[in-house]
Design a protein. Structure first.
Length: 398
């Protein structure tokens, strides 16, 4: 009889939610469109901008070098480098992006014959992509010039030029594309999935509690021959369904978007962004998100019960958004890795675990601990929601 009563409440709330446009948009439309827009749309734009910046000529300013004519001449011939006339305010020009970099050539660099050359300073706008490209081109020119000078000195002393470069240093990636994608984008994707779980449950939770009060239908529902525990569990299951549907659509959209993005971009391009998320990672993220969706659903129902109107419920839930965003964002911080202590911190533990799962790393001990601890938090949240539904002072706040 208990499950039958809960099912009746669930079906009734489901029919009403399907008629609510806000719920349909937050549960279905947003998760379907979010990841394609972020992955294909913003990813394509980012790749295009990086490619354009790498091809665009950089305007630079040279400081000094009046006694190094050959160096100035060679610098002016570097591809995609434009040397602008001298001006005293090069810092302002770099700051305002009128020029991308400035290079200071020390006095006597060209004529110097000592082993210790004075340093060549390159001034840039740190964080500006085009400034970084300009600095890279300048640095390559002076590295080649330095090596040429060293080869000339070796030749003059009748020594082989191979002494300058007796061995090569190469970097070789030894991990899978999934792990590389997980390390690069692993913090962003769990954050979006967590936010989708929360937003998917938010509007149904507010509508089934504060919305009922605002429409003055709460008293009618409570007068039905169904216990309050069954009523709140039926409402909870509807909110959980909305959260899980949003999470499922999010991870499916995430996987499809990453696959489509790999097909659309030119893999041989130096600006190509490699995102590879396997089906196993998508399924694992959804499984880990399940107890978190339970926690969000119960917590949102409890908070919304205290509100007298839909608008008031929104103001109550706003602090919860901050509490969710902060630990979810923490997973994006470089160097933050999953530890036994962090495995007990709600939301942060799931975010860090999802980051590892996307990278294809499965630590079963951590997975079990996180799943168990999140389930305990979720059960406590359900218990509190049921207790609050039995309190008249909460249901009928004036």
């Amino acid at each position: 009889m208990a499950w039958r009563n809960i099912g009746i409440v669930y079906r009734k709330e489901m029919l009403e939610s399907l008629r609510d446009r806000r719920t349909l948009i937050s549960t279905i439309l947003v998760p379907i469109l979010l990841f394609p827009v972020l992955t294909v749309g913003l990813g394509g734009v980012a790749m295009s901008l990086i490619g354009e910046a790498s091809r665009q000529a950089s305007r630079i300013r040279v400081l000094g070098g009046s006694d190094s004519g050959a160096i100035l001449k060679g610098l002016g011939k570097v591809k995609n480098l434009i040397v602008v006339p001298p001006s005293p305010n090069y810092v302002d020009l770099i700051s305002n992006k009128k020029i991308r970099a400035a290079v200071e050539i020390p006095p006597g660099l060209q004529a110097s014959s000592s082993d210790a050359y004075p340093p060549v300073e390159i001034y840039i706008f740190s964080g500006d992509l085009k400034s970084s490209f300009a600095a890279t081109r300048i640095e390559k020119f002076f590295s080649d010039y330095r090596d040429a000078r060293a080869r000339e000195r070796l030749t003059a002393q009748h020594m082989p030029a191979s002494l300058l470069k007796s061995f090569d240093i190469q970097q070789q990636n030894v991990v899978s594309a999934e792990k590389v994608a997980g390390e690069t984008f692993g913090g962003i994707i769990p954050y979006l999935v967590i936010i989708m779980c929360l937003t998917g449950a938010m509007y149904p939770a507010m509508d089934l509690t504060a919305g009922e009060k605002e429409r003055a239908t709460m008293e009618t529902i409570l007068s039905s021959p169904i216990s309050r525990s069954h009523l709140v569990l039926g409402k909870f299951l509807l909110v959980l369904t909305a959260s899980l549907v949003t999470a499922a659509l999010s991870v499916i959209s995430m996987g499809v978007s990453s696959w489509a993005f790999q097909r659309l971009q030119d893999q041989s391009s130096p600006a190509a962004i490699h995102i590879k998320i396997g089906l196993g990672a998508v399924a694992s993220v959804f499984m880990v998100a399940f107890p978190l969706a339970v926690l969000f659903s119960a917590a949102l129902i409890t908070i919304s019960l205290f509100a007298k109107s839909y608008k008031e419920a929104q103001s109550y839930i706003s602090p919860l958004m901050i509490l969710v965003i902060v630990p979810a964002v923490a997973a994006m911080i470089p160097g933050v890795e999953l530890t036994p202590k962090l495995s007990l911190i709600p939301i942060l533990n799931v975010s860090l675990l999802c980051k590892d799962l996307i990278a294809g790393t499965y630590h079963w001990g951590s997975i079990s601990l996180i799943f168990l601890s999140t389930s305990v938090y979720a059960a406590a949240a359900i218990f509190i929601a049921v207790r609050m539904f039995h309190r008249e002072s909460v249901l009928f706040r004036s």
